[in-house]
Design a binder for this molecule. Structure first.
Ligand code: SF4
Length: 331
């Protein structure tokens, strides 16, 4: 993904003239490596779900480029996208609303086969039953309906539907946030097992940093339509450089309070500003306790300050010596 933007126009009058735009995603770039899990985190409204929907091409980007396995899919027509739908699939947040209550499990999980016309009816039943077993359900659940299952089992049905066509990339949008905490770990473990078995690549979108910590290899932190930090998991969780990441991490509960030493809870002031009219330069400056004059006038560039660890801040924390000078030179 390069220089990706999604601006939703606000129009007015009979002629529907554009008068403003909601800058849901505003110039972000990142890549996802084969076989890895990239976590995308941030508060609600930061643009993470819009990003996931653009990767799926459920939304067309306003600008920028999406390349999947060497193919530029940014503006492909739906007909051209059809073969790619096998390779890129999505797990939705809510296992209650994402499954049609009038369809049996067999119809739901078998739908991708029917849409892509890749199997006979007999073949579909056998394949669906095999997938149900893979995700920890009973093949005899084939003729049952979603309301007969618990939340965790429903999410397993959603995962089974996603797996039907053996995709390469799965975008999981808040895959466990609608589930009880006791069930979340089971679904996370299932996703990890399936990744090992099928070599899947995941983009996991979440507001909960503790979920991403368990599953992600690398993590991108978004704020108001921008990626503000991107790093491998250990570096991001142990030495976050962007003040916003630091604030998010300080809010994650820890079982042993002694382990929080040196990381007091940071309470951010105010609400996230509107993406209709985001603050200039560093978008976080209205809430950042480290903000200085330059933060209000010069947008901090995304700079790699340690191998594999990039951030966009004029005054990064936990950064190696000379980091501020490196940022200043890049700005
Ligand atoms: Fe805070 Fe300035 Fe860094 Fe923005 S650039 S996060 S305002 S210190």
């Amino acid at each position: 993904m390069t220089d990706l933007r999604k601006h939703f126009p606000i129009t007015s009058g009979m002629l529907r003239r554009q008068v403003a735009a909601v800058k849901a995603v505003d110039d972000i770039s990142f890549s996802v490596r084969k076989g890895e899990t990239l976590g995308v985190v941030g508060e609600s409204g930061c643009g993470k779900t819009t990003t996931g929907r653009m990767i799926m091409r459920l939304l067309e980007p306003s600008a920028g480029k999406i390349v999947f396995e060497g193919h530029d899919i940014t503006h492909m027509k739906q007909r051209q996208l059809r073969p790619l739908r096998r390779d890129i699939q999505m797990i939705f947040q809510d296992p209650y609303s994402s499954l049609n209550p009038r369809h049996t499990v067999g119809a739901i999980v078998g739908a991708p086969f029917r849409l892509q016309k890749v199997k006979t009816e007999g073949g579909i039943k056998k394949a669906v039953q095999e997938i149900l077993e893979l995700v920890g359900l009973n093949p005899e659940h084939y003729n049952r309906y979603p309301h007969e299952f618990s939340g965790g089992q429903r999410q397993r049905i959603g995962v089974a539907r996603t797996l039907a066509l053996r995709p390469k990339l799965i975008v999981a949008d808040e895959p466990v946030s609608a589930l009880d905490v006791s069930i979340q770990a089971q679904v996370v473990n299932l996703l990890e097992d399936l990744q090992d078995e099928f070599g899947l690549t995941y983009v996991v979108i979440a507001h909960d940093l503790s979920v991403v910590r368990h599953i992600a290899d690398r993590v991108a932190v978004m704020y108001l339509g921008k990626i503000v930090e991107l790093a491998d998991r250990t570096s991001l969780y142990e030495s976050p450089m962007h003040p916003y990441t630091n604030a998010l991490l300080s809010a994650v509960p820890v079982p042993d309070p002694d382990k929080r030493k040196g990381r007091e809870r940071i309470r951010l002031q105010g609400d996230v500003p509107s993406p209709l009219n985001p603050p200039p330069a560093c978008r976080f400056h209205t809430r950042c306790w480290k903000a200085q004059e330059i933060c209000k006038t010069v947008e901090p560039p995304m700079v790699e300050l340690k191998p594999g660890h990039q951030t966009a801040c004029h005054f990064p924390e936990n950064a190696p010596a000379g980091a501020a000078e490196t940022v200043a030179k890049s700005a």
